[in-house]
Design a protein around this ligand. Sequence first.
Ligand SMILES: *Cc1c(COP(=O)(O)O)cnc(C)c1O
Length: 224
Amino acid sequence: MSSVSQSIQKIKEQLPSGVTLVAVSKTKPNEMIIEAYEAGQRIFGENKVQELVDKQESLPKDIEWHMIGHLQRNKVKYIAPFVSLIHGVDSLRLLRAVNKEGAKSERVIPCLLQMHIASEETKFGLDEDELFQLLESEDYQKFGNVEIRGLMGMATFTDDKEKIAGEFRTLKNSFDRVKKKYFKDRKEFSFLSMGMSGDYDIAVAEGSNMVRIGSSIFGERNYL
Ligand SMILES: *Cc1c(COP(=O)(O)O)cnc(C)c1O
């Protein structure tokens, strides 16, 4: 058995049922993705549009591709025809672009809204006020080609587990408030995407139901 399939099996054994595993294959070759595919994995995450498009074209068509990285508005059109979930929607302008391309592709594109929970300025995302503003905007009410499926966030890169847990808890609380306020009785709003190789155990303990794991499956990356 390959190390990729062994890693996937090990992680799946650790994840409670109901937690979706997104295998983050960015920078990794198609051969490794096929190994994961043969181990039963069907959901893969990429953070660069061009790489995502190339891989989608050459790999099996029943793979669900998630865009997990920062997305530029002018690049949405390349992934709109096939993307299964966009994790990093962090502005109304981006959501508007996704809606527009969704209409062109005659699709309703599933999205997560990204929240800024880390103390690092470099990480993208909305704060809770901005999130509420977006959901209350007249524009958003009219969008027929996007569907908000939940929230996503990234914790600070640190060894301080208490700090990471606190940030994930903040995101979970936002998720619960948003659910109650705007998506009550709407079962499509159900995903809380938080946790990566270094912190997914903490994320799951804090209520994550979607983890994005790269290096623990495919090995360290040489570049980002
Ligand atoms: C790269 C990346 C991951 C996976 O990171 P690992 O530490 O390799 O598991 C998860 N989420 C996002 C947004 C990423 O860019």
